[in-house]
Design a protein around this ligand. Structure first.
Ligand code: MG
Ligand code: FE
Length: 172
């Protein structure tokens, strides 16, 4: 039954490809941000860790796609309209860049959480339960990152305010 569900399998494959593109976007966005976080060393360290996690997440998705016989060339074509908008926000270099990026990163991680939950729901339904452990591993990393960012929103805002009052916000 499950392995004749072509519509379901196609939806699952599309979800895997889209999330692969999102992971590459994450690596690119975070890599730009960490270069300008010298005044927020804890954030820089956590984001560098998540860059490595995101690379592993992309790799997990590649392995799932390869296992399903999907060609790697199709990975380049995945659409990314929502994340494209997030990227534009995160690329903005503004005096309050660190604040804007913290809010955007929080949204980004929650987009990823939703994407992995959606893939997990599909995996069972289309007979791809073997994908669960890889997807759950990535989901747990996204939840951890989202929780970490959540805890940073207030202190980062107050630190930015403190630096603004002291006139030291140049370079974030
Ligand atoms: Mg990710
Ligand atoms: Fe993430």
């Amino acid at each position: 039954m499950a392995n004749t569900d072509n519509v379901g399998l196609e939806l699952f494959l599309t979800g895997l490809r889209n999330q692969h593109a999102v992971e590459n976007q994450a690596v690119s966005l975070l890599s730009r941000q960490v270069e300008r976080l010298e005044n927020y060393p804890e954030m820089e360290a956590r984001m560098r860790q998540h860059i490595e996690e995101s690379k592993q997440q992309a790799h997990r998705l590649e392995e799932l796609l390869t296992g399903l016989g999907s060609s790697s060339s199709s990975l380049k074509d995945a659409g990314l309209s929502f994340m494209g908008n997030m990227a534009a926000l995160a690329h903005t270099v503004a005096p309050d860049e660190v604040l804007k990026n913290t809010l955007a990163n929080f949204a980004f991680e929650h987009f990823e959480i939703a994407a992995y939950k959606s893939l997990l729901a599909l995996a069972d339904t289309v007979g791809q339960s073997g994908s669960r452990s890889a997807l759950e591993q990535s989901l747990s990393e996204e939840i951890s990152m989202a929780q970490w960012i959540d805890q940073q929103i207030a202190p980062t805002t107050l630190r930015f305010l403190q630096r603004s009052r002291a006139g030291t916000t140049a370079g974030v």
